[in-house]
Design a binder for this molecule. Structure first.
Ligand SMILES: *[C@@H]1O[C@H](CO)[C@@H](O)[C@H](O)[C@H]1NC(C)=O
Ligand SMILES: *[C@@H]1O[C@H](CO)[C@@H](O)[C@H](O)[C@H]1NC(C)=O
Ligand SMILES: *[C@@H]1O[C@H](CO)[C@@H](O)[C@H](O)[C@H]1NC(C)=O
Ligand SMILES: *[C@@H]1O[C@H](CO)[C@@H](O)[C@H](O)[C@H]1NC(C)=O
Ligand SMILES: *[C@@H]1O[C@H](CO)[C@@H](O)[C@H](O)[C@H]1NC(C)=O
Ligand SMILES: *[C@@H]1O[C@H](CO)[C@@H](O)[C@H](O)[C@H]1NC(C)=O
Ligand SMILES: *[C@@H]1O[C@H](CO)[C@@H](O)[C@H](O)[C@H]1NC(C)=O
Length: 554
């Protein structure tokens, strides 16, 4: 029996015998409130729980991370307030090594119907999925559908590849005939040719062909069912035939975000309009670097505005500032205050945030492969400054949308731009969140203040959730923000803080109505229909209104 059928049977038997209801298969609406932590399985956590096992990133060998290790570190992830985890690709990869290493990252598929045994067993992956779901967290699977991989060790990929080794694509007919991508900005060239190099060829699947399409769609569907996967990231989506990309996304029916590694807003927005609703937000990523590593605030203010106008929906893109393909931001500037500003913007800007493992520990390595550090060497420090900052930012984001899911649909607007300051607002009037960021870094010479001409209504009390200081908007509607040591600020109306779990308020399921009417959060156990303050105040208002109408009419 083919392996994928074996998996399927196990899932079915589990369902029948133990009443396990596979969760999974979440759509875009269900993903929008989520906040994702990106792991690279081999480098995140080991089964033995080691925090000393060496891992030389430039050697590029497997370092021993596993799905079981990931299960054991879910507290670490959840402790930052994340409610989804992306894992690196799960399928069996090519064995062996080239000059720059092995397939530890998972992007060199060999057999789609077997798992990468370095990461664990079928049961381990099921257990990881269950462990996430039992915490109310989602599982996002990174997925390669553009190519397979073959080590040619310098031989010519046009002749050296033995296609019979691939499963299920065991024949050269399933592939484009060999050519190397020569122009990465020519999409036809980039989609028909190979992205690999002369050591590891990445034979390019003939994704225009119906049979290849069907096999990939069936495979993805089986994985989603078997492991109760909630969403997918499509690696190298730009290199997949766009028509197929669209068909694939529709067919798998789960939330899917596709890597289109381009800075140009018009390309990303065209993809969104035509092929795939969600992509990592590369245009904003680059503009963020301009602001916080180059000190160019105009670029970010401009792009925030442009992308909103050009894209069908900027709130479905994935907001990120580091990942396994780009240099870590502290490698460009290691200032701690800048790292805080970057994280604040990443987590509170439009879209679904995704934070790459290690950003919370202020790792400073430059690009691939150095940015794939073994996280265990940081000892999973839950006291680190950025770990705690992320927890606060995830908490206020969650609280803002618990006050109304329209928070997520409301697009960020730039409300202030100075030589080294940026102010952004997101959310519906009256319960908007405002961030004031600085590109100065912690070496900022002396304190000064910034006056926001528009923020909240005059007289409104707000709190900076990052340091718990209270502010009141002046009678003329100005909010005066002290700028010190390059620190970011995040404001929210004080009256809406109960239930947030921040600045001394306990965490509870407060709703906007309750906060506005002053009734206690739902934990009192009183059914909503009997909550006197709400009803009473409504009847009272109506009474006053009727009396007034009568008086005026009379
Ligand atoms: C997403 O799934 C939820 C829950 O199953 C459902 O209520 C909602 O209508 C779905 N949204 C879309 C856009 O399909
Ligand atoms: C890592 O591996 C590279 C390449 O083999 C080697 O040059 C370097 O010294 C190693 N680094 C450490 C810290 O062992
Ligand atoms: C392989 O590629 C490298 C770098 O692009 C190049 O220096 C080398 O000559 C190539 N080797 C062969 C055998 O083509
Ligand atoms: C490819 O796999 C199919 C299905 O398993 C098999 O029938 C066929 O003989 C294989 N072809 C080659 C060239 O190995
Ligand atoms: C800042 O970025 C903008 C937009 O990308 C660019 O036009 C401008 O030249 C940059 N300014 C500096 C000082 O680099
Ligand atoms: C800020 O305001 C809140 C609500 O009025 C109050 O409970 C809290 O003690 C104030 N905090 C400080 C530091 O003054
Ligand atoms: C909030 O509500 C959810 C679902 O009703 C519940 O599981 C959770 O325990 C509640 N949290 C608090 C802090 O009351």
């Amino acid at each position: 029996m083919p392996l994928h059928l074996t998996f399927f049977w196990w899932a079915t038997i589990g369902h029948v015998l133990f009443g396990v209801t596979p969760v999974g298969a979440a759509n875009l609406t269900e993903w929008k409130p989520r906040s994702i932590y990106q792991t690279m399985t081999d480098r995140f956590a080991r089964t033995d729980g080691s925090i000393t096992a060496p891992c030389n990133t430039t050697e590029g060998l497997y370092c021993g991370g596993t799905w079981r290790g990931t299960i054991d570190q879910l507290d670490y992830i959840q402790g930052m307030g994340f409610d989804a985890v992306m894992i690196s690709p799960i399928v069996e990869n090519v064995a062996g090594r080239v000059d720059y290493g092995e397939a530890y990252h998972g992007y060199w598929p060999l057999n789609l119907q077997a798992l990468n045994e370095h990461f664990g067993t079928h049961q381990d992956l099921l257990d990881l999925s269950d462990a996430l779901h039992s915490r109310g967290m989602y599982l996002l699977m990174d997925t390669v559908i553009n190519n397979m991989a073959y080590m040619t060790h310098g031989r010519d990929p046009a002749t050296a590849i033995d296609y019979s080794v691939f499963t299920p694509f065991n024949n050269s007919d399933y592939f484009h005939s060999y050519c190397q991508v020569t122009d990465w900005n020519d999409f036809t060239n980039a989609q028909l040719c190979q992205t690999g190099d002369n050591q590891t060829a990445l034979p390019d699947l003939y994704t225009e062909h119906q049979e290849v399409q069907d096999l990939l769609i069936d495979w993805a569907g089986t994985m989603i069912k078997t492991y109760s996967i909630d969403g997918l990231r499509i690696d190298a989506a730009k290199h997949v035939d766009s028509g197929f990309l669209h068909r694939f996304v529709e067919a798998v029916g789960v939330f899917t975000t596709g890597e289109v590694f381009q800075r140009e807003i018009d390309i990303i927005c065209k993809y969104q309009a035509s092929y795939i609703q969600s992509m990592p937000n590369y245009p904003i990523y680059y503009a963020m670097l301009d602001a916080f590593t180059q000190g160019n605030t105009s670029s970010l203010a401009l792009e925030v505005d442009l992308i909103k106008k050009a894209c069908p929906d900027v709130t479905t893109l994935v907001s990120f500032s580091e990942n396994h393909d780009v240099a870590r931001t502290p490698s460009m500037n290691s200032d701690m205050a800048l790292a805080k500003n970057i994280l604040t913007f990443t987590l509170l800007f439009d879209g679904i945030p995704m934070i790459y493992q290690g950003q919370e520990q202020h790792l400073k390595s430059s690009g691939t492969p150095r940015n794939r550090e073994a996280l265990w060497l940081t000892k999973y420090d839950v006291e680190s400054e950025l770990y705690r900052l992320i927890a606060t930012l995830n908490a206020i984001r969650r609280h803002a949308y618990e006050m109304g899911a329209d928070y997520l649909d409301d697009e960020t607007a730039t409300i202030y731009r100075g030589g080294s300051e940026l102010g952004f607002r997101k959310g519906v009037e009256g319960r908007q969140l405002i961030m004031v960021l600085s590109s100065q870094g912690s070496s900022q010479a002396k304190p000064y203040s910034v006056t926001l001409p528009s923020s909240y209504n005059a007289g409104v009390a707000v709190i900076d959730v990052l340091d718990c200081h209270n502010y009141t908007v002046s009678d003329t509607g100005e909010l005066i923000v002290p700028m010190e040591k390059g620190e970011p600020h995040v404001f929210f109306p004080t009256s809406l803080m109960p239930g947030s779990g921040l600045c001394g308020w306990s965490k509870s399921n407060a709703t906007l109505t309750e906060l506005k009417t002053g009734s206690p959060p739902s934990e009192s156990g009183v059914p909503p229909s009997l909550r006197i303050p709400i009803w009473w105040s409504r009847w009272f208002c109506w009474g006053v209104f009727l009396v007034l109408v009568t008086l005026v009419a009379g």
